[in-house]
Design a protein around this ligand. Sequence first.
Ligand code: ADP
Length: 589
Amino acid sequence: MRVLALNCGSSSVKCALLDSERRTRLLDVRVENIGRQDCRLEVDGERREAADILDLGGAVAGVLEHVRSRAAELGAPQAIAHRIVHGGAQFHQPTVLNDDVLAQIESLNSLAPLHNPPAIEAVRLAVAAYADVPHVAIFDTAWHGTLPRRAREYALPADLRERFGIRRFGFHGVSHAHVVSSVAARMHASPQELRIISCHLGNGASVAAVEYGRSVETSMGMTPLEGLVMGTRVGDIDPGVLLLLLESGMTTRELDELLNRRSGLTGLTGTNDMRRIEQGAAEGDEECRLALALYTHRIRKYIGAYAAVMGGVDAIAFTGGVGENSATVRHRCMQRLEFLGAMLDEDRNRDARATLRTPCIEISPQHSRVRSFVVCADEELEMAIETADALAAAAHGRPDARIPIAVSARHAHLSQATVEALFGAGYKLTPRTALSQPGQYAAEETVTLIGPRGRIENVRTMGPPREHDQVEISRSDEFTLGVDAPVRISGDLSNTPGITLEGPAGRVTLQSGLICARRHIHMNPQDAARLGVKDCDEVAVRIDSEGRDLIFADVSVRVAPGFSLEMHLDTDEANAAGLSSGDYGELVR
Ligand code: ADP
C-alpha cells in the first residue's frame, strides 16, 4: 500500500510517501524551522525555495502540493498516516480518523500543548486535500500501553489520580518501536528474545526499557516533560522547586513557558543545538560543559536504572538528531557501563553513520556482552507499516479485541436491612470511590467475615444497597474462612451457602449469598456487536503478561446498555496471570 506519512512538530513537517510492503520510500519532503528566517524545504534531500512558507499551514500545503505534483509518476497515496503525540487513556492502537476521533484528540491538547495542536491542524488540511482516502492516527503513547502498573502510576492518592486522569503514558513510541525492530533485525533475533534500552535523543528525548518486546519503563510521563534533559524542556525536577516558583509569584503560564521552552539545553546555554554546545564545551565554555555533563549524566543514570528494571540488558541503542550524530554524547553516555557488560568501540562510535539505507550501525566491540547501536530514526516507515496493518485488519473485520481488566478484591453487596443490622438503624453507606459501572461505588464501610475456620477483616462494602446480600470471595479466602463457595455469576444465589458478617453495631448470619464470582466481561450492546458476542456467551480472554501469559476460558459475557467494557477477575485469578487493574486482555474468538 502507498501510504503518505505526515509527521508534524511545532516547527517541522516530515513527510514521506512509502510503499508499506516493500518498506521503501518513494518521496521524501521535509520542512524545518517553520516561521524562522532559516526555514528549509528539502525534497529527496535537495534544498528547494522555502520563502513562501510562513507557518505550519503553509508548510503542510506546500508538502502536499509536492506529493500531488508527483502523483502521475509515483502514484497517489492510498492512505494517510498522521503522527499524534498524545492519545491519552483512550487510544491504544492506530485509529481511523473521523470528526468524533478528532474531537477526542483535541480534548487532549492540554496534555501535549507543543505537539497535538499542530498535528490536528495538519490532519484538517490533509483531509481537505485527500478527502477520499482513509486517514489514520498513529499515537506515540499507544506503544507504551504495556507499561506495568508500577511504572504507570504516580504516588498520589487514588481519588486524585482518578479525578484528573493522572498517570504516566510515555512518548516517542513510534520511534522506539522502530529502534526495537531495527536492532532485533540487526541481531538476527526476535524482539521477544531481547531486553533493549532505546534512547531517543532529538529535541525531545526519552529512554525506554523494552523487555522482550514490551515497553516496561520509559522516562517521559503524563506529559512529554518528565525525564531527560531536552532541547528546551527541563526533564526531571523536584516538584518542590515548582512550588517555590509559584509561591514567588510566577504564574502557571510563565511556569509552563519556563519548563517547556526555556529550560533544558536552552536554559543552561542559550541554545538547543548540541553541535554548538559541544563546540563551546571543547573551547572551555563552562555553561556548555555543565550542559553536556548534565545531559549525558541523566541518560547514563536512566540506562543503569533500566538495566536494573529488566534484570539485565542485551542491547543499548541511540537514535534522534543527537543520538545519531553525536559521537561525543554517545561516548559519555556509555562511559563506566563496563560493569553491565556494555563496552564501546571508540572507532566504530566515531565513524558510525546510520542512514535510511543502512539504518542500524553497531558501535560495540565484538567481545562486548551488551551490544550497542546507532539507529537512523524512521518514524515515517513505522507509521506506514502500522497504518497498512490497521487498515488490513479493519478490511478483514478484525476489530480491536482488547478488553480492559479490573481486579476485584473480596467485597460485600449488602441489603439495606443488613446495613442497618451491622452499622445501626437508619444507617446509609458512604460512597468512597466510583466504580466503572454507572452508579456503583465502593463504600467507606468495611465488615468482618467470620467462617468456621477463620476471620477476614476490613472487607469492603459496595453500594448502592441491593435487594439481596451477596458476598464475593476468592478461592484463597475460602481456605482462610473454612467455607466452600460455588463459582457463580453475580445475582445467581440459589443454593449458595451463607456467612457471618460483623459490623460496629452487630452481627448478621446470612443464610445464602456467599459466592466465588464467575469471571465475566461487562459491555454495552455496541461493544457486543463490534466484538461479535451476545449476552450470556462464554468466551476466552488471552493475557499477555510479564512471564505469566494465560488464557482464561469460561468467561461470561454480560451485556446491558450503560455497561462499560471491562473484564472482572478476582485477586487469585489476577495473580495467576500477573495482572493489575488497568491491564488488558484480548478476546479470543
Ligand atoms: P526533533 O526532536 O525536533 O525531531 P531531531 O531528532 O532532528 O529533533 O534532533 C535535533 C537535535 O539534534 C538538535 O539538538 C541538534 O543540535 C542535534 N544534532 C543534529 N546534528 C548533530 C550533530 N552532528 N552533532 C550533534 N548534535 C546534532
